[in-house]
Design a protein around this ligand. Structure first.
Ligand code: PEP
Ligand code: MN
Length: 371
């Protein structure tokens, strides 16, 4: 639940409400919306709901106390109707502009990374991607350059002025990755690695959370809630395809997730057509699709000589393919950008007065209830 303070509430009254929440062993999360202070209560509320609500309603300066209907709280649009905009160096994600994250699947050498970033920077990319620590299905495949790769990434940032995003695979790597990267990426295989989610939540850097290949949207948003509950509201969601019965593509790109997630949360969402399809020639049409349904950005893999790539050779774009995709998605974004508000939020969502929306979305219960 969350508390909306009266517009004339004093700082002492806000501190008083936070004190009451802390005294219950819960964490208060404060934000300002439309000139009002709103405070979410986060933690295990259990059977105390009614009692807590009555106590807070009676506290000085409190206007209303509203339950949040979803199991995720801080990332829900009910708590924060306004879109989250994430600013990194000179770029913003979620502000209506089109974010393009581009670079190789794996950083293989300094030369390979610099050739790629020079090209994508000159052709409209806004963020550099590249894997230094690689989650590979086989222990015998190339595992990434590790810290050497992180150093190349930092040089690429220096060279282009663009922020860099790279994957962190385990809690013990968070500090070193956060030292070099602007955005921490949590990969599909780690979406429910709760200790990693919490460690990234404490790292003080924006986090890009990829959807687990077997995760429902609710599980994905609960994973985002772990990061937010650790104190980090700067989260980008990435739809990268899910595993279905279909075997003609590497995964099945769930484009419905984009407007749905925009409706349910205030977080920006990007689409990764490279890992979703696993096929180079499908990347451009599915990137177009992602932009058309209102994604805040696209993440794609680009390699100077994709056929020689040490990972994901079949899906990486060559330079010409990237340039062609950019022409297409920039044109589509021009057409759809003013539609995004309508596309994303659904009926009643994102009201400026912060009141909860009536939810037209029937979410099927997860096969295994979250605990
Ligand atoms: C990646 O983006 O480098 C990656 C490994 O993606 P995913 O976790 O979606 O498979
Ligand atoms: Mn890859």
């Amino acid at each position: 639940m969350f508390v909306v303070m009266r517009s004339e509430a004093t700082e002492a009254e806000v501190i008083g409400v936070k004190g009451l929440i802390l005294a219950e062993g819960l964490t208060p999360f404060e934000r300002a919306s439309a000139g009002r202070t709103t405070i979410a209560l986060v933690g295990e509320i259990g059977r105390r709901r009614g009692e807590l609500r009555a106590m807070l309603e009676a506290a000085p300066g409190v206007d209303t106390v509203t339950p949040i209907s979803k199991p995720y709280k801080l990332v829900s649009r009910e708590f924060q109707p306004e879109d989250t905009v994430i600013r990194v160096l000179d770029t913003a994600i979620g502000d209506g502009s089109l974010t393009v994250m581009a670079g190789p699947c794996s950083i293989e050498s300094r030369e390979q990374l610099m050739d790629t970033v020079d090209f994508v920077a000159a052709h409209g990319a806004t963020i550099i991607r590249g894997g230094a620590f690689k989650p590979r299905s086989s222990p015998y495949s190339f595992q990434g350059l590790g810290v050497e790769g992180l150093r190349h990434l930092a040089d690429a940032r220096q060279r282009t002025g663009m922020p860099v995003v790279t994957e962190v695979m385990e809690p013990s790597q968070v500090d070193i990755v956060a030292e070099y990267a602007d955005i921490l990426q949590i990969g599909t295989r780690n979406m429910q690695n709760f200790s990693l989610l919490l460690a990234c939540g404490r790292a003080g850097r924006p986090v890009m959370l990829k959807r687990g290949f077997g995760a429902t949207i609710e599980e994905w948003l609960m994973a985002a809630e772990y990061i937010a509950s650790a104190g980090n509201p700067q989260i980008i969601l990435c739809e990268r395809g899910i595993r279905t019965f279909e075997t003609s593509t590497r995964n099945t790109l769930d484009l419905t997730a984009v407007p749905l997630v925009h409706h349910l949360t205030h977080l920006p969402v990007v689409v990764d057509p490279s890992h979703a399809t696993g096929k180079r020639w499908l990347v451009k049409p599915m990137a177009i699709g992602g932009v058309a349904v209102g994604a805040d950005g696209i993440m794609v893999e680009v390699h100077p000589r994709p056929d020689e790539a040490l990972s994901d050779a079949e899906q990486q774009l060559d330079f010409e393919g990237f340039a062609q995709m950019m022409d297409a998605i920039l044109a589509v974004h021009e057409h759809v950008k003013d539609l995004h508000g309508d596309l994303n939020r659904g009926p009643g969502a994102g009201r400026s007065d912060g009141s909860p929306a009536t939810d037209p979305v029937a979410t099927a219960p997860a096969a295994e209830p979250a605990s």
